[in-house]
Design a binder for this molecule. Structure first.
Ligand code: ADE
Length: 416
């Protein structure tokens, strides 16, 4: 078996952590049990380019239980948990190619190792694997792929619009049981977790500036408020800005917020959301970090070029001392803070995201002949079923429509 991980001696610790996560992933466990019995992915080659976490390990185990041959590489150079990578190789017989802190060259070499298996299905988080496949003319066709995150879906939809996409994609991110929970509650909690682990700051009573008001950023804003912060939201979309206002947040331009904030968190998917003009206005000791997929949201080159000195104050904290003496603290070099300094979203929420991934792989395998080179949303029936299963595992029962209620509603549908 081929692999490239940091140290196989870490495998036992990784296995215990994977099993710990599994306890909070009941929906995925149920799918794994069915997959073990039915083997719906028998012999299918699946390449995953995902954050190498305990939760992803449980997804890989599920796909393997379904009969698939799987390979895994990281979707970000800083998001690999090395003991998880080791455990997947040693205890679960899964080929992993990822080492935390790997340089760009190694990162892309690892993606190439995924393509060496000639995957029939790709699983991406950020679309780097699809993009790598599209850059060359490989001698094999991929039948379909899945995409986990908002940024990846945006990239893939652009490729589909330009008629460049070579195979169909299921946008797992667009499933309701994914983005309403993972993006909102997962990113909300894990972002603050990452900032706290990196800095040990108190959130109560400070000014937190959140850039963006999509599902991820509204999760971050809400959790920060819950911790007692005064939260300011910046937005470019008038509707989202209005939502933030009516949700009770202060909304203003980043230029104004820059002078007020103690902590800045970006989660927009766009570049230089925190730019020179903002960095120049920040208070001494401001903390700046990013929770979006790519490390482009903060103009870190400006900090690096303009600072007269910098030093590593703590793990994941680089303090830049500017010409005027102000200190600006950049966390995790502007990479996603929740997966760099913390462990990503909790298992409880990844349970639904990865249930969507597993069932999307099964759906692609059963339906690829009917799918076009487009980006699809997961069928509603699968999405709703995941919500039902999650409620069941939480021991929550909900009402059902009576026959009378059903008839009443359908009479409106036919206009009588
Ligand atoms: N993305 C965000 N959190 C994650 C996690 N815990 N595992 C895999 N991907 C993630």
């Amino acid at each position: 078996m081929e692999y490239d991980v940091k140290d196989l001696n870490l495998a036992d610790a990784g296995k215990k952590r994977i099993e710990w996560a599994e306890r909070n992933m009941p929906v995925l466990r149920a799918i794994r049990k069915r997959f073990e019995e039915e083997k719906p992915l028998n012999g299918v080659r699946i390449a995953g380019c995902l954050h190498v976490t305990t939760e992803t390990a449980n997804l890989m185990r599920t796909l393997k239980a379904g009969g698939a041959e799987v390979r895994l590489a990281a979707s970000n150079p800083l998001s690999t948990q090395d003991n998880v990578a080791a455990a997947l190789v040693k205890h679960y017989g899964i080929s992993v190619f990822s080492i935390t802190g790997e340089d760009n060259e190694t990162y892309y070499r690892h993606l190439a190792s995924l393509l060496d298996m000639k995957p029939q299905i790709t699983m991406d988080d950020g679309a780097d694997l699809v993009a790598t496949y599209h850059k060359k003319n490989y001698d094999f066709d991929v039948l379909g792929g899945t995409e986990e995150t908002t940024t990846g879906v945006i990239r893939l939809k652009a490729m589909a619009d330009n008629k460049a996409l070579k195979y169909p994609i299921i946008a797992v991110n667009d499933a309701l049981t994914k983005h309403l929970f993972d993006n909102r509650y997962g990113t909300g909690q894990s972002t603050l977790d990452g900032i706290i682990r990196a800095t040990n700051i108190l959130f109560a009573g400070i000014n937190v500036v959140v850039a963006g008001y999509g599902w991820c950023s509204r999760g971050i804003a809400t959790k920060a408020r819950g911790m007692g912060s005064n939260v300011i939201v910046t937005e470019v979309d008038p509707v989202k800005a209005l939502e933030a206002v009516m949700d009770g947040f202060r909304v203003m331009k980043m230029e104004k917020a820059a002078a007020i904030g103690d902590v800045f968190i970006t989660s927009t998917g766009d570049i230089n959301v925190i730019d020179k003009i903002h960095l120049d206005k920040m208070k001494d000791n401001a903390i700046v970090c990013n929770s979006g997929h790519f490390d482009v949201e903060i103009n870190k080159n400006y900090l690096k070029d303009k600072a007269k000195k910098s030093y590593t104050a703590r793990d994941f904290v680089e303090t830049y001392i500017m010409e005027d003496g102000r200190r600006i603290n950049l966390l995790a070099d502007g990479r996603l803070i929740n997966l760099s300094a913390a462990e990503g979203h909790p298992s409880m929420v990844m349970d639904m995201s990865f249930a969507n991934q597993s069932l999307s792989a099964e759906y692609i395998w059963n339906n690829y002949k009917k799918l076009e080179k487009k980006v699809y949303v997961i069928p509603t029936a699968i999405d709703v079923n995941i919500a039902k299963l999650k409620l069941k595992t939480l021991g929550i029962e909900i009402d059902e429509l009576t026959e009378e209620q059903r008839k009443y509603l359908s009479s409106w549908e036919i206009g009588t």
